[in-house]
Design a protein around this ligand. Structure first.
Ligand SMILES: [Zn+2]
Length: 97
């Protein structure tokens, strides 16, 4: 087996795809081969970065869409508990009474 084959398998394993090799075999090679360990380290960091940027990108839009969907799906005519009590206390009705 060449390192390139192990790295292909390791990359697949990082993606959660079937690597075609038993994990123990990959780990054994990693234990012996510093080159592949370094490669895996870099691959994992790169993947984390890609994931972080992927989350940063669409997150605000996605969150807005989600809250909009939650607002639409939520109970209609039921005001949220948050701002209501303070509005009533400071409102003109309560000061008149
Ligand atoms: Zn190797």
């Amino acid at each position: 087996m060449r390192c390139a084959q192990f790295r292909t398998a390791l990359s697949a394993r990082l993606d959660g795809e079937p690597s075609g090799l038993p994990g123990t075999r990959l780990d054994k090679h990693l234990a012996r081969c510093t080159g592949c360990r370094d490669w895996l380290d870099r691959a994992q960091r790169l993947r984390a970065q890609v994931r972080a940027t992927a989350v940063d990108g669409p997150a605000p839009e996605w969150a807005a869409g989600l809250s909009a969907r939650l607002g639409l799906d939520g109970p209609v005519g039921h005001a949220p508990e948050g701002p209501e009590p303070s509005e009533r206390r400071e409102g003109p009705e309560s000061s008149e009474r």
